[in-house]
Every structure is written in C-alpha cells, then in structure tokens.
Design a protein around this ligand. Structure first.
Ligand SMILES: *[C@@H]1O[C@H](CO)[C@@H](O)[C@H](O)[C@H]1NC(C)=O
Ligand SMILES: *[C@@H]1O[C@H](CO)[C@@H](O)[C@H](O)[C@H]1NC(C)=O
Ligand SMILES: *[C@@H]1O[C@H](CO)[C@@H](O)[C@H](O)[C@H]1NC(C)=O
Ligand SMILES: *[C@@H]1O[C@H](CO)[C@@H](O)[C@H](O)[C@H]1NC(C)=O
Ligand SMILES: *[C@@H]1O[C@H](CO)[C@@H](O)[C@H](O)[C@H]1NC(C)=O
Ligand SMILES: *[C@@H]1O[C@H](CO)[C@@H](O)[C@H](O)[C@H]1NC(C)=O
Ligand SMILES: *[C@@H]1O[C@H](CO)[C@@H](O)[C@H](O)[C@H]1NC(C)=O
Ligand SMILES: *[C@@H]1O[C@H](CO)[C@@H](O)[C@H](O)[C@H]1NC(C)=O
Ligand SMILES: *[C@@H]1O[C@H](CO)[C@@H](O)[C@H](O)[C@H]1NC(C)=O
Ligand SMILES: *[C@@H]1O[C@H](CO)[C@@H](O)[C@H](O)[C@H]1NC(C)=O
Length: 826
C-alpha cells in the first residue's frame, strides 16, 4: 500500500535498536506496562502489538500489525481517536483490571471498559491477531469483538440478535489518521443476511442476500472466495456474522474511501495482492439509478446506463408505473384482467425483500405474490426460497455474469402484443426490403468470391498482412459475428487460427499426434511456436456436427470461464475446415483411466471424490452461475478431461443449450442427441430436457466413478443387474463398500462412499422432479447439513434387446432408425 512507509522506516530503526526488548515481553500483566518502543509478539511470531505512528502523523497509537512482513500493515488500533501526542504513552492493566492506554501524565486515553469482578487480568496477543484480556473469570474482553477497519480470519463479530448490537467495521479517516472515518461496514440491521457498507450513515453498497453459498449481489465472485466463505448459524448462535477460515494470510479491509478490499499476502513477492474489491463499478454503488430502474455498467466506466424497468416511465422524481396494477379493483368487472409477471434475468435482486416461508416452489411463490396487493415482484431463489417485494424496487444491477431471475408484476395491459395490432402491413414494409437486401448481399458475396479467385495472389498478401506474429488471423466475418456475441471486450480472450498455423502445430495432422476420436471428429495434439500445447478438435465433414453445432460450441464456450470447464483458446473456420482449439489436457479424459484395468488404480478414492466435486462445480456454474445458464446435454466420462493435477474439466459443448426461460422448465426437442447410458428417461423417451437431465447424467457418472464400471455395458455376472440396479441393491443392503471399484477399496472411507452412492441414486431418479438440483448436490457432497431424502428405486433402464454393448459412444440423432427418436417432440 505504501501508506506506512514512514511507519515501517520507524519500526525498522526501532527493532534494529531494541531487538532484545521486543522479544522479551509476550503479554501485558499488572505492574509492568508496555511502554512506547517496546512491543509484544504473538507466540508463533505472526502478529506484533505496540505503539506506532501512521503515515505522516507523529501521533502515537497502540496497534496490532503483522510481525515480520516487509510491508507493515496495521490491522487493529486501540486508541484510534485519542492518540498520545508523544512517546510517553503506555499500555497497562489498570487497577480495576481493564486494559488502558495512558499518556505521559497517566491520564486514561482509552480503556477496554468492561466490568471485571476479579482482578489479576493479563492481556495476551494471539497468533490470530486477537488481543485477549483474561482474568480468573475467563476471557473478559478481546480485540476481535471491537474491530476497526480490518476483518481477519477467525473473527466472529456481527449483529447480535439478542441485544440488537451491531458491531461495525469503521474505516480510518485517512492513511495518516486511524480515527473513525466516514464509512462503516456490517450486517444489515434488518436481519436480512446482507452485508452493507454505509457512507456517512447512508447505504453505499450491499452484498445481496446470502443463498447458502454466495452473496447473490456480488458479481463474478471467485470460487475460492465462494467456497471459503460462510455465514454463521445465527439461529443457533444468536449472532449473525460472516467468517472464513483460511490457511493463507488474508484480510478484508474497509479503506478510507469506502471500498471493501480482500487482500492476500503473496509470500514470494512480499506484497498484498487484491483479490476482490467492492464497490468498484458504478452500478455496484447502492441504488445508483434510483428506485424502479435498472443499472447496467458501460464498458468504458463512464456514467452507467440507467433505464426504467419495463412498465415504468420516467417522471419528475424517478420511474413510476405506467398502468396501475389490477389488484384491489373488482375482478369480476368487465375488461379487468389479472396482473401478470415480466421476467428479468441475471439481476442483483432489489433490496427490501421479504421471505415468504409458506411458498415452497416457484408457482406457489407467484400465486402468493399475485394474491397480495402490496406485492410488486417475486423471485424464487435456490437456497432461500420465495422472496417477495412489497416496497419500492431499489438497487437493481444487471449483471454481466450470473445473477438471479426476477419476476416483476405488471398490469396485463403491458403485455399486449403491439406487433399483432400493427399487423401484416408492417411485416410487409419491413420484410420486403430486408429480403431484397439479403439477396443483394448474397449476390455481392458470390461475385466477391469470383473476383478473389481471379486475384488469388493479392488476396493472400492481404491475408499475410492481417496475420499476427504467429500466423494468427485477426479478422473474418465469423469472428466479428462472434465478437458481437461474446460481448465486446469483456469476453474471454481467444484467437482465430489460420489453417496453416494449425497444420504447422499438428504436423499436418500426423497420426502420431492423434489423441482420440471425439463425437464429431478426431482430436489432435499440437504445439504452437511459442511452446504452448494445444488440442485441436477437427470436425469431420461427414459428421453430425454442422455449422450450427460449431457456432453453438464456440459461442457457448467462449463465454464460459470456470476452472472446471475446458478452456477454448481459439478456433479456425476457413473454407470447409472447422476446428476448435483447446488447452491441452495431459491426462486426456476420465474414461481413459476409469475404465482401464491398469490405469484405474491411479484414481484413488480421494482423487475420485475431488473429481466428482469438480464436475459438480462446473455443472453448477453452467446451470446457475453463468449468465447464460446452460444445459450440457451430453455429460459423460469421455467428456470429462483431466489436467496434470487430475482436476476435472467439462468439455464438448456441441450439444449444449441455453435455457433462458424459467427455472428447470422442460424444453422439448425433436433432435434427441446424447449418449447411451447417460440419458434421462424423459429425454430419451420424449425429447424433454432440463437441468434435471444433466443431473441424471451426473448421477450415472458418480456411480461410474465409484464403481469403475461403465453404466452402458455393465451387467452383474450373477445377478443380471445393470449398474444402477446393482447400486440400488447394495445401498439398500447397507453394503455400498461392495460397490466400490475393488482396486481402490482399501483407500476409501465408508461414510463418504455411502454419501456418494446416495447422491448418485438420488440423481438418477426416474422423475425429474425428484432429482436434486446441482446446488443441493454440492451441499450434500460437501457433507452439509442437508437432509438426504431416501431415493426411490430407479426403474428406468434401456432395453438390452439390441445388444448394443459396444455402442457406448453412439449418438442417437433423429433420422436414425433407433427407437426413441420416433417418440420425440410433444
Ligand atoms: C515470519 O517469521 C516466521 C518465523 O521466523 C517464519 O517462519 C515466516 O516464514 C516469516 N514470514 C514471513 C512472511 O517472512
Ligand atoms: C493473582 O495471581 C497470582 C499469581 O498467579 C496469585 O498468586 C494471586 O493469588 C492472584 N490474586 C487473585 C486476587 O486472584
Ligand atoms: C466525510 O464526510 C464529510 C461530510 O460529508 C466530508 O466533509 C468529509 O470530507 C468526508 N471525509 C472524508 C475523508 O471523505
Ligand atoms: C488448513 O490447514 C488445516 C490443518 O493445518 C488442514 O486440515 C486444512 O486442510 C487446510 N486447509 C486448506 C484450505 O488448505
Ligand atoms: C509460501 O506459501 C506457500 C503456499 O502457502 C508455502 O508452501 C511456502 O512454504 C511459503 N513460503 C514461505 C517462505 O513462507
Ligand atoms: C462511454 O461510452 C458511452 C456509451 O457506451 C458514451 O456515450 C461515452 O461518451 C463514453 N465515454 C467516454 C469517456 O469514452
Ligand atoms: C417506484 O414505483 C412505485 C410504484 O409505482 C411508486 O410508488 C414509487 O414512488 C416509485 N419510486 C420512485 C422513486 O419513483
Ligand atoms: C365486485 O362486483 C360484484 C358484482 O359487480 C359485486 O357483487 C361485489 O360486491 C364486488 N366486490 C367488491 C369487493 O367490490
Ligand atoms: C408447488 O407446490 C404445490 C403444493 O405443494 C403443488 O401442488 C404444485 O404442484 C407444485 N408446483 C410445481 C410446479 O411443482
Ligand atoms: C403481502 O406482502 C407484504 C410485503 O411483502 C408483506 O409484508 C405482507 O405480509 C404480505 N401479506 C400477506 C397476507 O402475505
């Protein structure tokens, strides 16, 4: 930070001068005060307590800082608004047993100020950074209960629900002055599970409600951050606070400009690295656009794009409803239609929601809102349930990534399809010129190709000049289409490769570089000139994957970024060649290990567990956390790639679909594509897919990972049971260990196995509604407190009549003569 350079210089000279003194003391006891110039170090040498002067100030304060970090960082200050003007101050135990800061004339500048029935107090600095005052009655006071501007791992301070005392973090006035500044941070006193930052008492930022895994109003949270973070069990403890435990050195600090920063100590470079900070964009500022309006950040960071919600119009003070809600008017009157809901996606949900505990699903939630005249909107949130809004809708931020669906109540008149009233006339007026334009463009395109063919040489020159230094082409029509799609500038980075560059990298697709045969064509290993290894998926011309699937895959995967999803580096679409370039996965795919007699053993129990968990997180990202919300539709062992550390990465998005509509609703398709053994009943039989069909495939994967057997080919030698039925049998007999792959049976933990199989069986329930969501799966796998319901016996299994044992990778595409495609569609 650089703010403490002076302090550091001072301390450095100090420690250099007084090394023995600073080591001698470890606690403050009655009768031996800590004087200026002497410090206390925690037993493990992590934190240090003593007098310091911040920034350019010469005032002296008692503070706690990291003992041996080169960049000195103060995490707590005692007498923050009552400094000692010179070096005559001391920290001591007063006659009543309290910890006090005294100036040179023994006046009390600061006191821990607790009632102590017994004397004999001692103060000790712990390795967590906590200064604890003990006496015979136990811990009488601790600095962790009186935070300043820094949250340290292990702190348990927040809103005390019994006394209504809210312990707030307060910023420093400036880097030179630790006195309480204009900003404070803490739990929302109205007991919604949100964190707020206030500036001069007014809300400046809010985290959004906690949904059990994340704060929903924080965009782009890192998985490390999500999974390292917890909310207290406030119903039991009576205190609502947030906490995390971490082995790395981290802290949150509320800066004097009102920004909450999460910083991680880099022990190799000796600097604090910021890993998270809010609010940093315009729309993260509380209610930036006012009530009834939504805020979208602009690319260049200038004023955000504020617009009234649908059905609201600008008025003098803000946005107001155009048409009054129907509620309260007499429904039986002619022409009064009930209100309807307008869906908004990917939002930071507005503030002031009420939890409607009576509604257990989205349709009940909708009904409950409709029946309540003061309800303006609702949202059904996984992990929380039904939220309804009775007050005005403030602080709405449209996220680029993630966010929740929100249903805004509007008068039925807002839904009148204006297009239908304008009728055929407009359609004709618009479509005829458009068609003509398209024909013209097509003609131009054809001629351009001809002209190109005539002047082949010049064109190639152009191509050369457009290439980057390693043969990377920088412009094609397809790329600009993708650029539009991927959201300008903010999208992940990928490059467009030329055929020549790919040929060079893969040695002309030499057979020695062949990695395997994917669903739609061969996959080759390649090496870029700068030494990066790549995997090239070459779509064969006769394959089922046409331009549509290709575009689908590029667009989808280019927008997705998660450590459990394979990363697309670029693509190549020239002439008839279509290729996708991925990061190279040295360990190929899961099936290579899982179903191979000799390699199975490499995946020991804990590796398998972490693979299951990784896939679940990747899937959760697809289903819920990515803005797009994606159903993969072809989850299977060969689509799970493994990196050098055996971390799983979901790949192959050729079949994936975006589901923009309501949660979990099923969509029908006429093209049933997927892989034998992984398809859910409703999908295979009726072409219905939803997130729950992915959950089914994931359930099959879990069972395969535990047993090391392929669901599609497995048949118990004696019992003539398929894999799912066999798992069911053993699970019911409380004998799941028998189900575990024999090669790793001794490394596994019986209760983990039981949980995995339980979750697996629950995921492969016949009825989609009885399967858990991905979020629930993760909570269960992590051993959370979620009660696992007993699954029913899964009965769905493919008929085995056709002897399809070796068709494990066969894709069923409609038009094939295979049975279930005939049933597709609704
Ligand atoms: C701090 O000191 C301890 C004990 O001497 C040492 O183990 C640790 O690596 C030091 N940390 C830093 C960041 O220098
Ligand atoms: C204070 O501590 C000392 C040493 O532990 C002990 O001898 C003494 O009895 C204690 N006094 C009281 C009042 O507890
Ligand atoms: C704190 O707020 C007051 C009143 O708005 C303002 O005058 C002062 O400059 C602010 N201080 C800082 C450090 O921002
Ligand atoms: C932190 O350390 C504890 C014990 O030292 C260990 O059990 C735990 O796995 C570690 N956690 C992380 C995230 O490394
Ligand atoms: C730095 O951190 C890494 C990972 O936490 C640890 O393995 C390493 O020992 C640390 N190095 C020092 C010098 O503390
Ligand atoms: C930022 O972008 C907006 C539109 O997106 C534009 O109106 C504005 O002029 C831009 N501002 C700057 C400083 O570039
Ligand atoms: C938001 O809309 C509601 C309903 O129309 C209205 O009562 C309220 O005044 C509006 N708020 C603002 C700030 O315009
Ligand atoms: C609604 O209208 C019906 C018939 O016009 C009338 O009988 C009924 O009392 C009205 N209800 C209310 C609440 O006004
Ligand atoms: C929602 O719950 C109600 C009552 O439990 C039930 O009747 C209804 O079918 C459920 N709706 C859906 C879509 O699951
Ligand atoms: C109607 O909604 C308001 C606002 O959320 C809430 O306070 C009230 O309890 C609800 N009334 C009923 C009957 O549910």
């Amino acid at each position: 930070m650089g703010c403490f350079d002076h302090l550091y210089a001072f301390l450095f000279s100090l420690t250099a001068a007084l090394p023995l003194l600073s080591l001698a003391t470890t606690s403050v006891v009655p009768g031996s005060p800590l004087t200026d110039g002497v410090t206390i170090v925690s037993p493990g040498g992590v934190f240090e307590l003593g007098f310091f002067s911040p920034g350019r100030s010469t005032n002296r304060y008692i503070g706690i800082w990291y003992h041996n970090f080169s960049a000195s960082t103060v995490v707590w200050v005692a007498n923050r608004d009552a400094p000692v003007p010179d070096t005559s101050g001391s920290l001591s135990i007063s006659g009543d047993g309290n910890l006090v800061v005294l100036d040179g004339r023994s006046r009390v500048l600061w006191s821990s100020d607790v009632f102590l029935p017994a004397e004999n107090s001692t103060a000790q600095l712990l390795d967590t950074g906590n200064l604890v005052l003990r006496n015979s009655g136990g811990i009488a006071w601790q600095s962790f209960d009186c935070p300043t501007d820094t949250y340290l791992p292990g702190m348990k301070v927040g809103l005390d629900l019994r006394t209504n005392v809210n312990h707030l973090f307060t910023s420093w006035k400036s880097t030179d002055d630790p006195a309480p500044g204009n900003f404070s941070m803490g739990m929302n006193p109205d007991r919604s599970t949100q964190i707020f930052i206030w500036g001069n008492g007014k809300p400046l930022w809010r985290s959004g409600r906690w949904n059990g895994q994340i704060f929903m109003g924080v965009e782009g949270v890192l998985p490390e951050y999500i999974y390292g973070f917890r909310l207290s069990n406030f119903q039991m403890e009576g205190v609502m606070y947030f906490y995390f435990n971490s082995n790395s050195t981290q802290r949150y600090v509320l800066t004097s400009s009102g920004i909450d920063r999460q910083l991680l100590w880099q022990n190799d470079t000796n600097v604090w690295k910021e890993i998270w900070a809010q609010p940093t964009t315009q729309c993260e500022v509380y209610n930036r656009c006012g009530a009834n309006a939504s805020c979208t950040d602009t690319e260049n960071g200038s004023a955000p794009d504020c617009s009234c919600l649908k059905g609201f119009v600008p008025s003098s003070g803000g946005c107001v409803r155009r048409a009054a809600l129907n509620c309260g008017t007499n429904r039986s009157q002619a022409g009064s239609e009930p209100d309807r809901f307008y869906q908004m996606q990917g939002l930071k949900l507005p503030d002031f929601s009420d939890w409607d505990s009576a509604s257990a699903n989205a349709s009940q939630c909708e009904g409950s809102c409709l029946a309540n005249c003061s309800c303006n909107a609702y949202s059904f949130v996984t992990g929380i349930g039904c939220l309804i809004w009775g007050r005005e809708l403030s602080d709405i931020h449209v996220f680029d990534d993630g966010g929740n669906d929100f249903y805004l109540r509007l008068a039925a008149s807002e839904f009148v399809d204006k297009k239908s009233t304008v009728s055929l006339f407009l359609i004709l007026v618009i479509s005829i010129p458009t068609l003509a334009g398209l024909v013209l463009i097509w003609l131009l395109w054809m001629t351009r190709r001809k002209i190109r063919a005539l002047f082949n040489q010049p064109k190639r020159d152009h191509e050369e000049s457009a290439k980057g230094n390693d043969g990377v082409e920088t412009e094609t029509g397809f790329s600009s289409m993708l650029a539009e799609d991927a959201g300008n500038g903010k999208g992940p980075e990928w490059t467009i490769f030329t055929v020549e560059a790919v040929l060079a990298a893969t040695k002309d697709f030499s057979s020695s570089n062949l990695l395997g045969q994917g669903g739609f064509g061969p996959v080759y290993k390649g090496l870029l000139p700068e030494g990066q290894e790549i995997a090239v998926k070459r779509l064969s011309k006769g394959s089922g994957q046409g331009m549509e699937e290709f575009k689908n895959e590029v667009i989808l995967i280019a927008k997705l970024q998660h450590r459990n999803l394979v990363k697309l580096l670029g693509f190549c679409a020239q002439r008839d060649d279509k290729m996708l370039i991925y990061e190279y996965m040295p360990n190929k795919s899961l099936d290579v290990f899982l179903f191979d007699r000799s390699k199975k053993r490499v995946l020991d129990w804990s590796t398998r567990c972490s693979i299951v968990e990784g896939i679940a997180r990747g899937l959760l990202y697809l289903h819920r956390d990515s803005r797009l919300r994606i159903i993969h539709r072809d989850l299977k062992a060969s689509n799970i790639l493994l990196d050098a550390g055996m971390n799983p990465k979901i790949s192959d998005f050729g079949m994936a679909r975006i589901f923009g509509n309501t949660d979990g609703n099923e969509t029908a398709t006429k093209r049933v594509v997927g892989t034998y053994g992984y398809m859910s009943p409703e999908y295979a039989m009726q072409g219905l897919f939803s997130v729950k069909s992915d959950v089914y495939s994931f359930g099959v994967l879990i069972l395969e990972i535990v047993s090391g057997e392929r669901n599609s080919t497995y048949q118990h030698p004696l019992l003539s049971l398929n894999l799912i039925a066999y798992a069911w049998k053993l699970w019911n007999e409380d004998n799941v260990i028998e189900f575990v792959d024999p090669t790793i049976r001794d490394s596994c933990l019986p209760n983990h196995v039981s949980r995995c199989v339980h979750v697996g069986l629950w995921c492969v329930q016949d009825r989609a509604s009885e399967r858990p969501t991905t979020a629930t799966v993760i909570a269960m796998l992590e051993g959370g407190t979620v009660d696992l319901p007993n699954p029913r016996q899964p009965t769905f299994a493919f008929e085995r009549g056709a002897r399809v044992n070796d068709l494990t990778d066969l894709r069923y595409i409609s038009g094939n003569s295979l049975a279930f495609t005939i049933l597709s569609g609704r």
